[in-house]
Design a protein around this ligand. Structure first.
Ligand SMILES: [Zn+2]
Length: 285
C-alpha cells in the first residue's frame, strides 16, 4: 500500500500540499516550515522505502550533508543580497528603458507563481546547458561538484559548489529586478525548492503523467548519469517543459551516477574548478 502511494500519489500530493500551505497560511516562517516539513517526509520515506537500498546514507553522512546544505543556503542568501546591492539599480534602469512594467500583478497569485516558476526555469535551463556545453562555464560554476555524488537523496538538491551559488541565484534576481514580481515570487521559490528536492530523492516515484510538466526524480537522476550522452539531457531540475521544447528530453533509466567510477573526496570536490578528477566521464571537452 505504501509502495503504491509513493509510486503513484506522493509527487502530486506533495505539490498540492506545499502550494496549499503557501496560499492558506499567513506566516513569516512558511518557507522554512515548508522546506523542513518536506525533507522530514522525503528523508523518512527514503529510509523506510528507498528506491535503491545501496543509496541509503548512514545517519552521520546524512547529518553532515544537512549541515552543508544549511551553510550553503546561508551563503546563497548572501549572494542574493549582493545581487540586490549591485544589480538592482542597473537592471531597474534597463527595465524602465525597455518598458518591462507589464507584469500582471492583479492576476491570481497561483498563476503568477507558475509564470515566475517557468521563467526562472527557462533561464536556468540555458545556464545549466551552458555549464555542460563549455569547459570554462563548467569549471567557473563548479557544476562538476554537484554531479560528483555516486548516491543521491533529497538533500542533494542543495549540495553545490559555493561558486555555483552565483549561477543558481541569478534567475530569481533577474526576474525580480526586471519585472518586480512581488509576493508570488515566494510561491515560485517554494515550488522550485520542492521540485529540486523531489528530483534528487531516492524514492520509487513513477507517476507517468506528471512528467509531462514537472521533473521527476527518474528523469533528473538520468541527468546525473556518468554516461556523457545521458548526462547531456534533462537539464530542467523543476520542469521538463524546456527540455521537451528544445529537444534535450529523454526517457530512460540510469545505471550509475557521478562524474566517474569513483566519488571525489570533499576536498577534491572543492578544487574541481581548477582540477578535474582524472576519471571524469561527463566533463565537457
Ligand atoms: Zn547538470
Amino acid at each position: 500500500m505504501l509502495d503504491k502511494f509513493i509510486q503513484y500519489a506522493l509527487h502530486p500530493v506533495i505539490l498540492i500540499s506545499v502550494l496549499s500551505a503557501w496560499l492558506l497560511i499567513d506566516s513569516p516562517f512558511i518557507f522554512f516550515g515548508t522546506v523542513i516539513g518536506l525533507h522530514v517526509v522525503l528523508g523518512t520515506l527514503e529510509y523506510v522505502r528507498p528506491a535503491r537500498q545501496a543509496w541509503v546514507s548512514p545517519a552521520l553522512n546524512k547529518l553532515s550533508a544537512l549541515v552543508l546544505v544549511v551553510m550553503l543556503f546561508v551563503a546563497s542568501t548572501m549572494v542574493g543580497v549582493l545581487y540586490d546591492n549591485q544589480l538592482l539599480g542597473p537592471l531597474s534602469q534597463v527595465s524602465g528603458l525597455l518598458g518591462l512594467n507589464f507584469w500582471p500583478h492583479s492576476w491570481p497569485l497561483l498563476v503568477q507563481a507558475f509564470m515566475i516558476f517557468l521563467a526562472s526555469e527557462f533561464i536556468w535551463y540555458w545556464i545549466h546547458r551552458a555549464e555542460h556545453k563549455w569547459t570554462f562555464v563548467w569549471r567557473l560554476s563548479g557544476h562538476g561538484a554537484h554531479h560528483s555524488f555516486k548516491q543521491l537523496n533529497a538533500l542533494n538538491f542543495g549540495l553545490n559548489h559555493p561558486l555555483e551559488l552565483f549561477f543558481l541565484a541569478l534567475p530569481a534576481a533577474l526576474i525580480g529586478m526586471l519585472f518586480g514580481v512581488g509576493e508570488a515570487a515566494l510561491g515560485a521559490t517554494i515550488l522550485l525548492v520542492t521540485q529540486a528536492s523531489i528530483a534528487h530523492s531516492n524514492l520509487n516515484m513513477s507517476s507517468k503523467w506528471i512528467d509531462l510538466f514537472f521533473t521527476t526524480n527518474r528523469h533528473h537522476i538520468g541527468h546525473h548519469s556518468m554516461v556523457l550522452e545521458q548526462s547531456n539531457t534533462n537539464y530542467g531540475c523543476a520542469t521538463l517543459i524546456w527540455d521537451r521544447l528544445f529537444g534535450t528530453f529523454i526517457d530512460g533509466d540510469t545505471q550509475e551516477c557521478g562524474t566517474g567510477p569513483t566519488e571525489p573526496t570533499l576536498l577534491q570536490k572543492l578544487v574541481m574548478p581548477i582540477r578535474e578528477p582524472r576519471d571524469t566521464t561527463i566533463a565537457p571537452s
